[in-house]
Structures are given as structure tokens and as C-alpha cells.
Write a protein that binds this ligand. Structure first.
Ligand SMILES: Nc1ncnc2c1ncn2[C@@H]1O[C@H](COP(=O)(O)OP(=O)(O)OP(=O)(O)O)[C@@H](O)[C@H]1O
Ligand SMILES: [Mg+2]
Length: 362
């Protein structure tokens, strides 16, 4: 039953051996001292050099009593050390059981912390680790559910339309073919975004860093988004100073960030709304802000908008041509983070919605 390598057995064994050694040494020392003192007493007071049978018996019975007392303390010590060792190692046994459960995929493990010593601290770290693992597992499950949903719906639609066309039920008109092409392009974008996102999260995205003027980059993005603005009769106002200090940036990735913020501002605000793009130099960073009026993001949704696949209720009901997949801001956050910058959002009914990217100068 006992594992000969267990800490409990080692602790109890060492303490027990120490106890046996101490008790035996004490008894041997007491016996020797007692015999010498008794011999001195007899020779001094009775002037006898040799012990008689009565003295020998006395010494023998004292010796025996001492050994019995010693044996009692050794047995008592054995029991006490076993109990102490079992108490010390109990949290370790609990941790071992919980770790074995984690090894088998059950991450919902929480070991009670009943001390603040090294084992207590280890238990706290273990509980933090299992909580994190459980959270990651949940996130991964949600992530796959979202991917499946995002891919299955358009694929089923495309399949249905193609089947109807081959069966001659629907005509392959240019409009229908164009709609199908758009859906395929959206799926393609989704798969590319997913690949880039997973690479960025794993810090495996290869960056092509070059000294870049963020203002010029923003200016280029405004040209690309113009058709979208014209379609919704929206007005874009830019405040971009010339000759900003150049930052070491991957221009393609940053273009994607700014592009997504501008497309979001256009897509998620109404027709005829105002969009404002500003770039400012701050003492330690360059700040880029995209703001728009129109319906704001509800306060309870704001903390979630940078999550993968998150779309507000209003965005989910958008027309197909306006529908995104909810990956744009998650990607933007990752891209900004790998440039050591930050991205944040504010949204109020009075001031509208604003996204601010800060990129450090050094
Ligand atoms: N400027 C904005 N105004 C209002 N809501 C916004 C704005 N920008 C983002 N949102 C909200 O945040 C959600 C997430 O934005 P995100 O860019 O990640 O996804 P998306 O635009 O829906 O799709 P994708 O960018 O992948 O094509 C949007 O669905 C929308 O609900
Ligand atoms: Mg977007």
C-alpha cells in the first residue's frame, strides 16, 4: 500500500530514525552516568568496591525501566510523525489527483487552498492554470462553432443555387452569378482572415517592417473606400498633417487595420453620415482616430467588439452585401499589438463611435 518513494514515508522515516537515535543515545548516556554515580556513592558511603546482588538488581531494574520508557517514546514518536507527515502531504495528494484529472481532459478542477505555505501557493497557481485551461477550451469550442456556422450557411446557399441551376429550375442570370461570386469572395476573405489571425496570435506572422508615414498610408486608404462612401452618400473629413515621423510598420497590415476601421465606420453608420479620420503626433506615439456619427454601440456590447466573430445585433441583421464576419476588429487588434501599439473604442449617442490606434514612436 505504501509507495517506498513517497514523501510521506521519507519524512516519517527520517523523523523516526532521528527519534530512535536520540532516545537510544539518551538512554545509553543516562545508564552510563547512573552506573558511575551509583558506584561512587557505594564506595564513598559504604566503603565497598564491589556491587552486591541487591545493588546489581537495582541497577538492572533501572536499566530496564529506562529502556521501556524509551520504547514507549519511540512508539509514540512513530505515531506522531506518521500523522504529521500525512498532514503535510495531504494537499500534495489532492493536487496529484486533480492533475491526473486534467491529464484526462477534465479541466474543471479546483483544489481547496488551506495554507499559505509553498504547497498553498502551488495550489493557487494550479487552480489559476486549470481555470485558464477551462476558459481556453470554452473559447476554442465557441470558435469552432462560429467557424462552422460562418462557412455552412453560405456553402449551403451556393450549393442550393448551383443545384437549381444545373436542374434548370433557375436561370444562371449575370446577377445571380455575380451574387455567387461575391459570396465566394467573402468566403475566401474569411478563410484568409482566419489564417492570418491564427498566425498573429501564435506570433508567427511574418512582418515586412519599413519606415512608413502613417498619414500617407491613411490617405491611400481613404481613396480605396471612396466608392463605398459615394454609395451611401457619406462624407469623409480628413485631418492628416504632412511630414509625420516615420514609424517601422508593415504597410500592408496597417492598411488592413485602417481599411477595416473606415469600412466599419461606413458600414455601421447610416446613409449620409459623417466620418472623420484624424492622425496626430503625440509626444510618445502617433495617434490615428476614425470617428463616425450614427447609431452607437451599446455599452454592454463595447467590451466584446474585439472578440473573434463578434457582431452587434444590428450588424447581424444587415443586408448580405453589407454583412461582414466579425473578424475585422479582432485582426486589427492583433496587428496593432504586434506593432506594440494599442487600439481602443468609445461610443456614446452624443459623440458617436470612435476608434483610436496608438503606435509608439520607438
Ligand atoms: N464604427 C462602428 N459603428 C458601430 N458599430 C461598429 C463600428 N465598428 C464596429 N462596430 C461593431 O463591431 C462589430 C465587430 O466589427 P468587426 O470589424 O470585427 O466585424 P464586421 O465589420 O462585422 O466584419 P468584418 O470586419 O470581419 O468584415 C461589428 O459587427 C459592429 O457591430
Ligand atoms: Mg469590420
Amino acid at each position: 500500500m505504501f509507495d517506498r518513494h513517497s514523501i510521506q514515508l521519507k519524512l516519517a522515516g527520517i523523523t523516526f530514525l532521528l527519534l530512535v537515535f536520540t532516545v537510544c543515545s539518551l538512554i545509553a548516556l543516562t545508564n552510563a552516568q547512573m552506573e558511575t554515580a551509583f558506584g561512587d556513592y557505594i564506595s564513598l558511603h559504604l566503603s565497598v568496591m564491589e556491587h552486591g546482588p541487591a545493588e546489581t538488581m537495582f541497577i538492572h531494574s533501572v536499566h530496564q525501566s529506562l529502556w521501556w520508557v524509551g520504547l514507549f517514546f519511540i512508539l509514540l514518536g512513530l505515531i506522531v510523525t506518521s500523522i504529521i507527515a500525512a498532514n503535510i502531504t495531504r494537499p500534495l495528494r489532492r493536487l496529484t489527483r486533480a492533475a491526473a484529472a486534467v491529464e484526462h481532459g477534465d479541466f474543471n478542477q479546483c483544489v481547496p487552498v488551506d495554507s499559505s505555505d509553498e504547497v498553498g501557493r502551488l495550489t493557487k497557481v494550479f487552480n489559476g492554470m486549470t481555470a485558464r485551461l477551462a476558459q481556453n477550451e470554452r473559447a476554442q469550442r465557441d470558435f469552432f462553432a462560429s467557424i462552422t456556422h460562418e462557412l455552412r450557411t453560405p456553402l449551403a446557399l451556393l450549393q442550393g443555387t448551383l443545384e437549381n441551376m444545373t436542374a434548370g429550375v433557375t436561370e444562371p442570370t449575370p446577377e445571380r452569378l455575380f451574387a455567387m461570386q461575391e459570396e465566394i469572395m467573402r468566403l475566401n476573405r474569411l478563410v484568409t482572415d482566419l489564417r492570418d489571425l491564427s498566425l498573429a496570435q501564435a506570433h508567427e506572422l511574418r512582418l515586412h517592417l519599413r519606415p512608413t508615414d502613417l498619414g500617407q498610408l491613411a490617405q491611400q486608404c481613404t481613396m480605396l473606400i471612396q466608392p463605398l462612401l459615394d454609395e451611401k452618400e457619406q462624407m469623409l473629413q480628413c485631418q492628416i498633417p504632412e511630414h509625420l515621423p516615420r514609424l517601422m510598420l508593415d504597410a500592408d497590415r496597417m492598411r488592413q487595420v485602417i481599411g477595416n476601421l473606415l469600412v466599419n465606420a461606413s458600414r455601421h453608420s447610416g446613409d449620409g453620415s459623417h466620418i472623420c479620420l484624424t492622425v496626430n503626433e503625440q509626444p510618445d506615439c502617433i495617434e490615428l482616430c476614425v470617428a463616425n456619427d450614427g447609431p452607437c454601440i451599446p455599452a454592454e456590447e463595447l467590451p466584446h467588439i474585439f472578440e473573434k466573430f463578434y457582431q452587434s445585433r444590428s450588424a447581424q441583421g444587415a443586408a448580405d452585401s453589407q454583412r461582414g464576419s466579425g473578424l475585422g476588429l479582432a485582426l486589427a487588434q492583433q496587428y496593432v499589438a504586434i506593432h506594440h501599439g494599442t487600439i481602443s473604442a468609445t461610443s456614446t449617442p452624443e459623440d458617436g463611435t470612435a476608434f483610436t490606434v496608438r503606435l509608439p514612436k520607438s
